[in-house]
Design a protein around this ligand. Structure first.
Ligand SMILES: Nc1ncnc2c1ncn2[C@@H]1O[C@H](COP(=O)(O)OP(=O)(O)OP(=O)(O)O)[C@@H](O)[C@H]1O
Ligand SMILES: [Mg+2]
Length: 271
């Protein structure tokens, strides 16, 4: 199983939308996909049409083995561990546990053979949620809203990634996906060009367009692939899933070849 933490401390950049729709596109390609809601706002939980009943993410963080009983089927042929507002209290409780950053990693290790992809939707903060997710993950996937101010936030994400690589997860890879891209504006093109220049090899070729369809789908508990399967948004998330799969295969092959865990150094193969 490969684990992607969808992170950005900036709010409203498309983390939850990308978690659900990248997951749905991977599921459409036959992959077994698990979504984890690490946000006390519970937006992912609501968007995939599940009420948070039974065991939730808060239980999993306090007792990692409870993940075995916290997974439920959800929309888009995927599975989910849901979140409630109680998760915010659990983050406070984690301060009392030795090495709190590893709780999610322990849980994820327990379910590795049941799924091909685990996608973790993080809140817009740098809290236990983010450190747990980035410690458990193979890839920190950062949605970058194509606006000037977003570029400033990228430096923070790079810094956190470097600190996680030095402390709890040296194999973490950083990747960026441009979201809410409006190709009619020069400004969005400038931001994308600057992101590619600043982070060579780390920004996916696929760009997620700004489209109201992506905002409408969760209101009816659907993924974009169900709600508007022939829309630009659906094709974009399918293209992203394709890129993710290809890169993960290339990465696995490079590890077999070198026998090493050179995660941090591995950049996307040229398109
Ligand atoms: N590509 C897009 N085009 C148009 N609207 C979008 C797009 N992606 C997301 N949205 C909308 O923008 C808003 C923010 O998106 P989303 O909830 O995915 O961001 P987020 O980063 O998870 O936010 P938060 O930080 O609050 O968790 C939502 O209303 C969503 O439907
Ligand atoms: Mg969100």
């Amino acid at each position: 199983m490969l684990t992607y933490a969808i992170v950005n401390q900036k709010g409203g950049v498309g983390k939850t939308t990308s978690t659900i729709n990248l997951g749905a596109a991977l599921a459409e390609m036959g992959k077994r996909v698990l979504l984890l809601d690490m946000d006390p706002q519970g937006s992912l939980t609501a968007a995939v049409g599940r009420a948070a009943t039974g065991l939730t993410m808060g239980d999993v963080l306090l007792a990692p083995e409870s993940i075995l009983h916290a997974i439920y089927p959800c929309t888009g042929n995927m599975h989910v561990v849901t979140a409630t507002a109680r998760l915010a209290n659990v983050f406070l409780q984690l301060d009392e546990i030795g090495e709190p950053a590893y709780q999610l990693q322990k849980a994820v290790h327990l379910i590795g053979t049941n799924f091909d992809y685990c996608l973790i939707d993080c809140p817009p903060s740098l809290s236990h949620a983010t450190t747990n997710a980035m410690t458990a993950a193979d890839v920190a996937l950062v949605p970058l809203q194509c606006e000037f101010l977003s570029l400033r936030g990228l430096a923070d994400v790079q810094e956190i990634t470097a600190s996680i690589q030095e402390t709890t997860n040296r194999n973490l890879r950083l990747r960026v996906v441009a979201t809410m891209y409006d190709k009619r504006t020069l400004h969005a093109q400038d931001v994308l060009r600057e992101a590619r220049r600043a982070l060579p090899g780390l920004v996916y070729e696929t760009v997620i367009p700004r489209t109201v369809r992506l905002a409408e789908a969760p209101a009816v508990g659907q993924t974009i692939l169900q709600y508007a399967p022939d829309s630009n948004g659906a094709y974009a998330y399918r293209a992203l899933a394709q890129e993710v799969l290809q890169e993960d295969q290339a990465y696995a092959a490079s590890r077999r070849h070198t026998g090493s865990h050179a995660g941090a150094a591995f950049a996307r193969p040229a398109a």
